[in-house]
Design a protein around this ligand. Structure first.
Ligand SMILES: O=CC(=O)O
Length: 255
C-alpha cells in the first residue's frame, strides 16, 4: 500500500513522514514534497551488510540445494569461480561484490552510472547493457529499488537472455520482476532457479505456483532483519521524526 496524495490531503498538519525502511516506494515522495512534508528513511549503508550476507545465504542455498539436503536431488552447482552479475551497484550491490571476492567469482555489474573507482578497487567488470550481464552470469542478483525505471525490469525477454543454468536472486523489490514471466521461465527451463526475498505481491497467494517449485526459494522480505540493523534503522527513523517535528532538516532525508 502506498502512502499517497489522498491521505496527505486529509492531514493538513502533517509535517514529517519517517520510515525505518531504506526503500521508499511505499510513499509518494513527489506528493509529500508538493505538500511541504519532509520524508526521512534509514540510509542504505545501515542495512547493506545484513542484506548482502543474506543474499549469499540465498545464493548458496539455491546453488547447493541446502534446504533439500534430506531429499534426493541432482548434484548442485559450484559457486566458487562462477560468474556473478550484480544489477544495481548501490550500498547493497557493493557489499554483495565484496563477499563474492571471497568466492573467487568473476563479478559483472550493471548500473545507471558507471562507478570506475569501485570497479578498480573491487575488480568488477561494467556491463553497459543489461543484456550482456544476463547472458554471461551464472547468478544474477537484483539489488535495485523499485522506481518507474525499474518496474518490470525483468520480463520474459530478459529471462530469455539468461543461461538455462542460471539463477535469479532478488533482494530489492518484487515489482522489478514480472512474476508471471518468471514462473513460466522456471517451469519451461529457461532459467534454472530463483531465490527471492521479495515478491510481487509482497505476500503471494497460497496457491501461487512459485511457492511449490523445488527450484525456487522464497523468504518473506527478511534480508535486512538482524538485531543490529533493525536498531540502527529504528533510531534513524526516530531521529528523522524528532527533527521533522521541530521543523528542522532531517538527518536522513529523501526529499
Ligand atoms: O528492504 C528493506 C528496506 O528497504 O529497508
Amino acid at each position: 500500500m502506498t502512502l499517497g496524495k489522498e491521505t496527505m490531503d486529509l492531514l493538513p498538519n502533517l509535517k514529517v513522514i519517517s520510515t525505518s525502511n531504506t526503500g521508499v516506494n511505499h510513499i509518494d515522495v513527489e506528493a509529500a514534497t508538493a505538500h511541504g512534508i519532509r520524508v526521512g528513511h534509514a540510509p542504505g549503508h545501515f542495512l547493506s551488510d545484513s542484506v548482502a550476507d543474506f543474499t549469499f545465504g540465498l545464493l548458496l542455498a539455491s546453488a547447493r540445494s541446502i534446504g533439500y539436503g534430506n531429499k534426493l536431488v541432482p548434484p548442485g552447482q559450484q559457486v566458487t569461480c562462477s560468474t556473478l552479475g550484480i544489477v544495481g551497484l548501490g550500498n547493497i550491490g557493493r557489499a554483495v561484490a565484496e563477499r563474492a571476492i571471497g568466492f573467487k567469482m568473476n563479478i559483472l555489474y550493471h548500473s545507471r552510472t558507471r562507478k570506475e573507482e569501485m570497479e578498480k578497487y573491487l575488480g568488477l567488470t561494467f556491463c553497459s547493457e543489461l543484456k550482456e550481464l544476463l547472458e554471461e552470469s551464472d547468478f544474477v542478483v537484483l539489488c535495485v529499488p523499485l522506481t518507474s525505471e525499474t518496474k518490470n525490469l525483468i520480463t520474459s525477454k530478459e529471462l530469455g537472455f539468461m543461461k538455462s543454468t542460471a539463477t535469479l536472486i532478488n533482494v530489492g523489490r518484487g515489482g522489478t520482476v514480472n512474476h508471471d514471466d518468471l514462473t513460466s521461465a522456471l517451469q519451461d527451463g529457461i532459467i534454472k532457479a530463483a531465490a527471492l526475498d521479495v515478491t510481487e505481491p509482497p505476500v503471494l497467494p497460497t496457491d501461487h505456483p512459485l511457492l511449490n517449485m523445488s527450484n525456487v526459494i522464497i523468504t518473506p522480505h527478511i534480508a535486512a532483519n538482524t538485531v543490529n540493523d533493525f536498531e540502527r534503522a529504528y533510531f534513524a527513523a526516530l531521529d528523522n521524526l524528532k527533527a521533522g517535528i521541530k521543523g528542522e532538516e532531517l538527518p536522513y532525508s529523501v526529499n
